[in-house]
Design a protein around this ligand. Structure first.
Ligand code: ATP
Length: 490
């Protein structure tokens, strides 16, 4: 590492390019803060996926000023995809080689400011999509080999992007800012998920974009999660995210870039049936995510690729290792991404005022008191707080009266389930079995149509502890016929 600046750095210092603020910018981004000591600000004007104009300002060290200047030069008049592909290594090259020790952060700082400006551009383009979700759903034609890959900074999505690239696709990566609980959203200098995902994309030579979906995620996923507990339902936030957020946002970006397909690192397969695209269980049964993917709209599924559906998790890690991806060793993600400590009751309690109420048996006899229905779900055994000779289970939560009903395990037995909010990939008549838990086994079922477009599934074997709000997913062998949400009463 050199102990002084290269001539290229000095040149950018003496004659900084593109300094200032752009009039009529379509995006503005800032990175760094007073605690880092350096702040970089980029303004960009993007039209028809080209960077028509770029200006930057830096308050900070000489390395940051020179890096800002060099970056602005690299992306000026470039296609948006090329601009989003510029990596720290490219920038270093433009500056004549490595910066002196302790100055490398300049590269990350200015790149982050540029990417935030592009993110701001998308935010302005997206408008309502960032709050309501994307409405322009359509299938890809499958003609052009172009794909937007949703990358989260983990091994699965990184390998997805790599496999798509190796299959001859033109790939653009996108990372969504979903909530503040994720690693990152802090300063540019912290180990941030977005920075990591970007760096991973750049190391594969791929462009990377960021979309801020916090408001959409808050409305469609977190509020639903909290509200469900308050109403005595058992929500699945991954299902709501797949229903409204990830796939829609990836499709929005694909449409803006003129790309045909979208891909994620989910373990599932898309298969063609005479009726159209449907989903099937993946090769790696232990990683099967079809249970949480049922609400993906059919139009979107038709443009979706799940390359990991053909691989086992061990292979995915091996591919990452073989290709030298740093993500090869990232840990498995936790259950609920926005509750990193796993204390979801605590999370819900912060948002809803819990009212105390009665614990009763099936006949309505009071057995004790509780501090709020939000603390209970159907099937729960622990933490009921009532002594009994045989184990007690929560068999029903009644939010209106504040009652929690408890009983024996046998009382949890369910033989029929009413399901609404349905999304079908195949004709409902093809459903031969239904799965009602993420890690549950499918049980044979017969379907009866009910009022309001809902169905009642008559189960061929009893299922214990079915809670309203859970997903019920119908299968024909390993194919997903459709899915919906368990209603309170049959
Ligand atoms: N914040 C995010 N931004 C972009 N894509 C995301 C994000 N979170 C999840 N995804 C996409 O959804 C897929 C499944 O998400 P899940 O939370 O199950 O991650 P995962 O199996 O741990 O995958 P990974 O190893 O890629 O993090 C990811 O592989 C990725 O394609």
């Amino acid at each position: 590492m050199p102990d002084r600046y290269n001539p290229q750095v000095i040149d950018h210092l003496v004659r900084p390019r593109n300094v200032g603020e752009l009039e009529g910018a379509s995006g503005t981004g800032e990175s760094g803060d007073a605690s880092c000591g350096d702040v970089a600000r980029f303004t960009v004007r993007i039209a028809e996926n080209r960077v028509e104009g770029v200006r930057y300002k830096v308050y900070g060290c000489a390395a940051c000023i020179a890096a800002g200047s060099a970056l602005s030069e690299l992306v000026s008049d470039a296609s948006l995809l090329d601009a989003a592909r510029v990596s720290g290594v490219d920038l270093e090259e433009a500056l004549g080689g490595p910066l002196p020790a302790g100055k490398e952060h300049a590269l990350t700082l200015v790149l982050d400011a540029l990417h935030k400006a592009i993110e701001d551009h998308w935010n302005r383009e997206a408008g309502e999509m960032l709050v309501e979700g994307y409405g322009g759903l359509r299938a890809g034609t499958g003609g052009k080999k172009t794909v937007v890959v949703a990358t989260s900074g983990g091994v699965d999505s990184a390998v997805t992007a790599l496999l798509m690239k190796e299959a001859g696709y033109e790939v653009a990566c996108v990372t969504f800012r979903l909530h503040d609980g994720e690693r990152g959203s802090r300063s540019c200098c912290s180990p941030d998920t977005v920075l990591f995902a970007r760096d991973t994309a750049h190391r594969m030579g791929l462009p990377h974009f960021t979309l801020n979906l916090k408001e959409l995620f808050d409305r469609r996923v977190m509020e639903d999660f909290v509200g469900s507990y308050a109403e005595g339902r058992t929500p699945n936030p991954c299902v709501s995210c797949n229903a409204h957020v990830k796939f829609h946002a990836a499709s929005f970006l694909a449409d803006k870039l003129g790309f045909e397909r979208v891909a994620t690192g989910h373990y599932a397969r898309v298969v063609e049936e005479p009726e159209g695209a449907t989903m099937a269980r993946p090769v790696d049964e232990a990683k099967d995510q079809t249970y949480v993917l049922w609400p993906v709209p059919r139009e979107l599924l038709a443009r979706t690729i799940f390359p990991l559906g053909e691989h086992r998790k061990e292979e995915v890690r091996r591919i990452a290792e073989d290709r030298g991806l740093a993500v090869a060793y990232t840990p498995e993600s936790q259950d609920i991404c926005f509750i990193p400590d796993g204390d979801y009751r605590g999370f819900v309690r912060k948002s809803v005022a819990a009212e105390p109420g009665e614990i009763v048996d099936r006949e309505g006899r009071a057995l004790g008191r509780h501090k709020g229905v939000v603390d209970f779900t159907v099937g729960q055994r622990r933490g009921i707080g009532v002594a009994a000779p045989t184990p007690l289970y929560v068999t029903e939560v009644r939010p209106k009266t504040g009652q929690v009903v408890v009983g024996k395990k046998a009382d949890l037995e369910t033989r029929e389930v009413r399901v609404g909010g349905l999304n079908w990939f195949l004709p409902p008549e093809r459903a031969g079995s239904v799965q009602i838990r993420y890690n549950g086994r499918p049980v044979p079922c017969e379907m009866e149509h009910a009022e309001g477009g809902e169905v009642v599934a008559h189960l061929g074997a009893p299922v214990f502890g079915v809670a309203p709000g859970q997903s019920a997913v119908f299968y024909d062998g390993d194919k997903v016929v459709g899915g919906g949400v368990v209603r309170r009463d049959t």
